[in-house]
Design a protein. Structure first.
Lengths: 104, 143
């Protein structure tokens, strides 16, 4: 006769709380790398990178500077001249994925 | 001790050649990383922009570009490597230019194997090559 085990989960959020410090470290590292890699003219764009804690093991890296997407993705001027992208966040994200094992 | 060095495949050039038939589509690689120690697997991040006169046309163009990107894994290997994995990292999303010009942007992660001919013997260290090996008999070293 097969053995039977019954478990009672007393702390459903325990796994999320266990990985919360690591997720915090990843969010901190990502925002730090994006800040370090962004072009610096007035410092407004670089200082705009920050992480926000949305919940347990749930973080977001944001930049509220309105011209962020034009620098990150590049754009074309009205006369048709292309302005090269300087994707600091994209590079930081790729680097973080390689570093933290998400691409293995 | 030296070991062969694998040449990094120029994936950006290959993707540009694949997207040439789509006028209004531009692409560039903005990051790359070596995923294994031997250099047999590379990860590239590629941004693809689709511009057209109207938003719907730009969206259709972005979809055509997406199909080309997704088909890279089944494309025959080019002389520098073989694409083995494509994943849409972001988009395609609406990303107009500052003057309102319609544009859709997408970002892809593409992994590629170098071709078998990419292995080259490592360039010898010039300092080691010119250094005279020590003669254990003269140095009085017993092995």
């Amino acid at each position: 006769m097969p053995a039977r085990s019954v478990f009672t989960v007393t702390h459903p959020n325990a796994p999320m709380e266990a990985v919360d410090p690591d997720i915090f470290l990843i969010a901190f590292d990502l925002s730090d790398k994006a800040r370090a890699g962004s072009p610096y003219h007035t410092g407004n764009l670089a200082d705009g990178y920050h992480y926000v804690r949305l919940g347990t093991a749930h973080y977001a890296v944001r930049n509220g500077v309105p011209y962020w997407r034009f620098v990150e993705f590049g754009f074309r001027r009205p006369d048709g001249t292309p302005e090269a992208a300087r994707p600091a966040f994209g590079r930081a994200l790729h680097e973080a994925r390689v570093r933290w094992g998400a691409l293995r | 001790m030296s070991y062969p060095v694998t040449a990094q495949p120029d994936l950006e050039k290959f993707v540009v050649e694949c997207l040439v038939p789509l006028p209004g589509v531009t692409c560039f690689a903005y990051s790359s990383a070596q995923l294994d120690l031997a250099g047999w697997l590379w990860s590239y991040m590629i941004q693809v922009d689709a511009r057209a006169g109207r938003k719907a046309a730009a969206r259709d163009l972005a979809e055509s570009a997406r199909q080309v990107m997704a088909g890279l894994t089944s494309a025959p290997p080019w002389d520098a490597g073989t694409v083995n994995y494509v994943r849409a990292e972001a988009g395609a999303f609406w990303n107009p230019d500052p003057d309102g010009g319609p544009r859709y942007t997408a970002r892809y992660e593409v992994r590629v194997h170098p071709s078998r001919d990419a292995w080259r013997p490592a360039t010898p260290n010039p300092r080691r090559a010119t250094a005279t090996p020590a003669d254990p008999r003269k140095e009085g070293i017993r092995s």
